[in-house]
Design a protein around this ligand. Sequence first.
Ligand code: B12
Ligand code: SF4
Length: 456
Amino acid sequence: MKITLVNPHYEEPRVLRFLGLPSIPLGFGCVAASLECAGHDVEVIDAFGEKLTTERTIERLREAAPDVTGISCVTCNVDIGRRIAEAAKQFSMVVMGGTHPSLIPESVADACDVVVIGEGEESFPELLSGKPRRAIRGIAFREGGHLVGTPSRPQIADLDSVPFPARHLFPMDRYKQFGEMSLATMMTSRGCPMRCSYCTISRLYPSWRGRSPENVVDEMELLIRDYHVKGISLVDEDFLYDLDRAEAICERILTRRLKFWWGMQTRADRLPDLSFLRRMKKAGCEFALFGIESVSEQTMKDLNRHLSIAAIRRAFRVCRDAGMRTAGSAILGFPGETEADALATVAFVQELDPDYVFFGVPTPFPGTKFHLDCQANGWIKETDLLKYTIMSPIVETQSISLVDAQRILHRAYRSFYFRPWYLIRRLCHELSRLDWHTLCGFMKWSLASFFDTHRW
Ligand code: B12
Ligand code: SF4
């Protein structure tokens, strides 16, 4: 069958453009690969990567004239996804999946033929195999005016059985950091057993599963050999959940003499001792990203975060001692916090002194407990889902209005990134690791992004 998969466009917040975070949608890429493995003829339209408008995406889809259209959505592009689905339904079968349709299938079920809930690598090929819909686990569809949901599908236990993302189908030259430097993303594990109230991941994938070290390092080797990448960012929720596995990955990188730098994301309280981190650094691990969220212990408790401020402090310190660069993400102005609390988080981040930081605003993604809490308290003031990007204020409380939240966010970015000492240190670091080709790209990109983002 001819299948066209669409990753709809979304309005990328300016600040993310400036920080340069292009990435292939990895889970969606695995779905594409599994369809190819099942013998289908697959094409991908990455409207986000290619910056295609909705109209142009629909035009491209009409030209492709597939038998089946598959559309992947997160919350901020679900309405665009719906528009594409409605157009595609006139000439093909339409299947939707991704974070938002999985959590709220009824939000898209009328726009498409079938909604895949959760991981799509098994459900989608099964759906196209001719098996009766009711016999397929983990899908939802409309029948006789009602929404029918089949029993849920267990999470894929053996992630080694999932093919690597079908990168050859994506416009890979669009995901280069700073428009030049070759940086790839990878996921070596899925899921998280914690239950932070604002998180969609643990709702969808409540248990952690890791790929085998052999399988992970095979993909790294492929990225270096076929895509000439210099760095790989591991975007797992919790890379260090299984320390033995992490250690085995490092050993294999060293044994195979792979030359690249990589970074990982993990919970701050997962961090082992300095000698472990030094071994990771020896294997090329150059940076670590931690979710900081808030300096207020009360907020952490309200969010069911189970993470102490002391653990966060230690994580940044140990990584620095191991010679790694650090990044953190923080959310400013959770309900219950005042402006002073939000600014205390900004000050805390400055004290931790990471190399990069992502500040965001509280975003109640539908399907989470945080969304229910915000709804029950009447805090949701922005219902346009296009704005659910973590950068646009959505909730307003008695202490922080939408306008205040935007102002606090802008102030946080400015106060962190425009510190003279930070700028000098960052420039020295970046210059020392850039080659001439990358440097030219970086300069061009910086100028363009600066003029694009100076209105923070
Ligand atoms: C890498 C990543 C990115 C990359 C790539 C984007 C992408 N679409 O994958 C970049 C940096 C570009 C990015 C950007 C953003 N991201 Co992001 N990102 C991730 C991350 C870390 C990994 C994605 C992944 O591969 N997951 C693993 C697989 C297993 O899960 P999956 O993506 O849901 O895909 C599976 C199923 O959903 C299903 N499926 C997916 N698509 C389809 C389509 C069909 C037809 C079918 C049948 C099935 C199917 O099968 C997949 C494989 O099993 C996730 C966190 C996470 N662990 O998921 C956040 C996550 C997806 N991002 C999120 C957000 C909010 C964003 C941004 C809005 C951030 C911003 N401020 O701009 C943008 C939105 C961009 C966009 N249009 O997708 C949220 C989404 C929450 C929500 N409900 O909207 C997540 C869940 C993190 C979180 N905060 O909770 N992101
Ligand atoms: S630790 Fe991270 S991935 Fe796990 S539930 Fe909390 S926010 Fe989600």
